[in-house]
Structure formats: C-alpha cells, structure tokens
Write a protein that binds this ligand. Sequence first.
Ligand code: NAP
Length: 449
Amino acid sequence: MADEVPATVQGIYEEVLRRNPGETEFHQAVREVLESLAVVLDRHSEYSEMKTVERICEPERQIIFRVPWQDDSGEVQINRGFRVEFNSALGPYKGGLRFHPSVNLGIVKFLGFEQIFKNALTGMPIGGGKGGSDFDPKGRSDSEVMRFCQSFMTELYRHLGEYTDVPAGDIGVGAREIGYLFGQYKRITNRYESGVLTGKGLGWGGALVRTEATGYGAAFFADAMMQARGESFDGRRVVVSGSGNVAVYGIEKVHQLGGTVVACSDSSGYVVDEKGIDLEVLKQVKEVERARIEAYADRVPSASFVAGGSVWDVPCEVAIPSATQNELDDAAATTLARNGCRYVVEGANMPTTPEAVRVLKEAGVAFAPGKAANAGGVATSALEMQQNASRDRWTFEHSEARLEEIMRGIHARCHATAEEYGSPGDLVLGANVAGFLEVAEAVHAHGLI
Ligand code: NAP
C-alpha cells in the first residue's frame, strides 16, 4: 500500500512510520490525511517550507503514567494511563478519555490526531487531544471504578486546566466516570473549575444535548448529505452498528427525520427488527440494565438476534457505523454496496477500513468520514465550556438548534472544499483539507514553537 502515498507527502509518511513503530491505527489515520493534503502542499509552498504538516504529525506532548489501585478483594492492580496533547493551535487540547483494555499509545494517538481536524471543522476554539487507559470498567463495582478514577486523576490533574487541556468521555467513560474524575480534580486543586472536564452531570455544570450530540449530529450530517443530492431520510432503511451512546441517539434522530433503523448491534451480535428498532426497549436494555443486545430480541416479537456475524449483512440504503475503529472492512463494504446501500456515514472514529472506503468509492456510495460526521459531540462539549464560562445554562431546543447549525455548516464546508480542490463529492478530502487549513494557518501564525 505504501507506494500509493502521493510523492509530495511520501517522505513525511515514512518519517511518521519510522518514528512511531508498531502504531498501526496512528499510521492509518495519518496516511488518510496525508493522501488528501498533497493538493494543498502543491498550492501552499509555505507549509512545506515551515514543515507545517510534519509539526502537526508530532504531538506537542505525550504523557504516559502508572495508575495503581486496589480492587474490592484488596488485590493491587496496575493500569497504564495516557494523555496525548496533540495540538493547541486553535485552543486548549480537547478530546475524550477512553477506558478499554485495547487502549495503547497508538490508539490514543490515532484518536488525538483525528481530533485536531475534527475540532477545527466545528469552528470552535479547541485544540486536539485524547487520552485513556487500558482499564476495563466492565464488571467492576462502582467503588472500584471510583478508586481507579481517583488514582488516574491524581496524576493527570497537573496537566489539565480549562485553558490548558479539557478531557471528556469516550468508550468506557460516561457520566459516572466524569463525576469521579471531576470530584478528585476539585479535591486536589481546591477549585470548582467547571470547564476542566465536559460531559458533566446536568445538576453540576453539564449541558443539555451533550448526551445526544454525537448521534444526533451524525444523523443531521447524513441528512445534509442527502439534501445535497435532492434526497432525504424519508422512508429509507438504515442500519446502525453498536448500541452505545452514539448508536442510540443516532437511531433516535434518524427516526425523527423519517428513516427506519432496522438493525443495530453490540460485540456479541446484532438484532434485526423490520418494524424499526423500538428505542424505548433499546434504552431500557442498554442504558438501564446494561444487558446484551440479545435481550432486545427476547422482548420484541418482531425482532430476531444473530449471534456473532456482521450487521452489515442486513440490506439498507444508509449505514451508520457507530461502534469502534475498523469494524467495517472491504468484505462488508462489498456486501453493503451489492445490497443497494447509497450512504455510509461514520458515527464512530475510523470504523471503515481504508480498503472498505476504496470499495465504497468505486461503487459510488456517498461516504462521510467520522472527523466530520461525528463532530457533534465535541462541538456540544465546546458549547458546554461556553455555558460554564458564562455561568449560563441553555435550553434543550436552543442547544439542539446550535448543534444542527454546526453540523450542517461542517457539511457545507467539506462539500465546498472538496469542490475547490478538484474532487467534488469527496467528503474525506473536503474534511481533511478544510480542517488542516484552519489549523495550519494558526500554527503558521504562532511561529516555530
Ligand atoms: P459506547 O457507548 O461504549 O458504545 C460502543 C458500542 O459499540 C457498544 O454497543 C459496544 O458493544 C459496541 N462495540 C464495541 N466493539 C464492537 C465490535 N467489535 N463489534 C460490534 N460492536 C462493538 O461508545 P460510544 O461513546 O457510543 O462510542 C462509539 C464510537 O464513537 C467510538 O469510536 C468513539 O470514539 C466514537 N465517538 C464517540 C463520541 C461520543 O460523544 N460518545 C464522540 C465522537 C466519537 P459492547 O457493549 O458489547 O462492547
């Protein structure tokens, strides 16, 4: 594959490979952006002269730390914590914390790198960062999770601040974890610094619509893509992978926009419900009982459960992968296209493999990359920071209207940039170039730092 990297950026890519051995997800994310940037470097020689791309590919700071804690049986546990402060050209580092056994430096760097451009696309004043730990909250008691979060924050707090670095949640980090992390930060610093974390509880500085934002945002983005082609969600069959935060609220908004989601999944398998996923049941199973997706099929007569297998086998016109990275491969993309899929919109971060993106492109399937389509979450986090800074609290309606405006704005920008740079309809190129230009201008303005 390396021979397909455009000659203008080949050297940069090889240096990234050399300097970051074994970090395959990071390589994948960098490569995808570099492939789009060749056309920019051809037009802007100043970015080559000042090594702007090379500087953006190198995190400003990478923090790796030990997180010791004791489980309920008294046994000592050791996890590893990460925070990659990737780029602060546009504002304080902003990006989630992921607690999942698969977390390693390469994954955090891929997510942090994507976050730089995503945050830039929102038009909000936020830089890019990401963090997390290989800690697995699944099956842990509340007090174990609390002790872990307190130990994690006891190291991380010194690197954070509302003008420095503002983490949020991601996989495995929800309102409970943000609460414990915030409590420990407050205790250590003796400051009620609301803007230091986002995704807070509604009663203590959280923002309405943050929970719904990423899923709603992805649906708004998909709607904007369809409108650009004179189409809409009306009556369309949709498949969403996952059944976590992004998936659940993606399904909710798709239904409100007139589409029907007929399948969703978790890591144990998928359910098909030709009547359309019943959100009340799904929320009960996933948000309240935290059960496996099979429980949905046990309760809904029109639904069936398929253990293992690929949710992408279910025919649909719109696919919204919302589970995890590299979950939609070339075989799945081929199946989707053969079954008449017309749109793939990434709710998750990099869920589609590069080979699958190629298959979709060749089949004429419209494709939206996560850094554009799932930016609604971080955009609403920035709105939370805005409300914290002004000691204000907006209504649900106002917050949702701002989210919709931002998502439609991101689509318009990606669409226009793709045209301007000679690839009409290519939202991958549009997102990468538009995001890069915003960051590069600020990097350039700040001098060689
Ligand atoms: P989440 O609430 O933890 O949900 C993840 C869902 O994906 C769960 O249903 C999980 O099932 C499922 N899943 C994980 N691995 C899977 C696999 N290999 N096959 C099938 N299903 C799998 O996480 P989330 O917040 O929705 O995040 C999902 C994705 O969106 C991630 O890529 C995240 O980085 C991205 N994202 C999230 C936000 C946000 O605001 N939440 C914002 C931007 C991007 P199990 O329960 O069985 O593991």
